[in-house]
Design a protein around this ligand. Structure first.
Ligand SMILES: [Zn+2]
Ligand SMILES: [Zn+2]
Length: 78
């Protein structure tokens, strides 16, 4: 029950599936490659889902979930 998580360096990262640890997002440091988890409020998740649904409505794609990774620099990097 692990799921592949892509960092910025193409090295495969693995973590427990969301069915175990719950839905969350990632903070990916573009300097050192560190990946941290963060959780978005249920209200904000709903806004994200609505925005995605609107954006892909014409494609016929039926979404079952989403992934959202935030890229940037962690507190340990300049
Ligand atoms: Zn870093
Ligand atoms: Zn989400």
């Amino acid at each position: 029950m692990v799921q592949k998580v892509l960092g910025t360096d193409d090295r495969a990262r693995f973590e427990l599936a969301e069915s175990i640890i719950g839905h969350h997002h990632h903070l990916v440091c573009i300097e050192c490659g560190a990946v941290d988890d963060f959780v978005v409020s249920t209200t904000s998740e709903h806004v994200i889902e609505q925005a995605l649904a609107g954006a892909i409505a014409a494609s016929g794609f039926r979404p079952t979930g989403h992934r959202l990774d935030v890229l940037g620099r962690c507190s340990r990097c300049p």
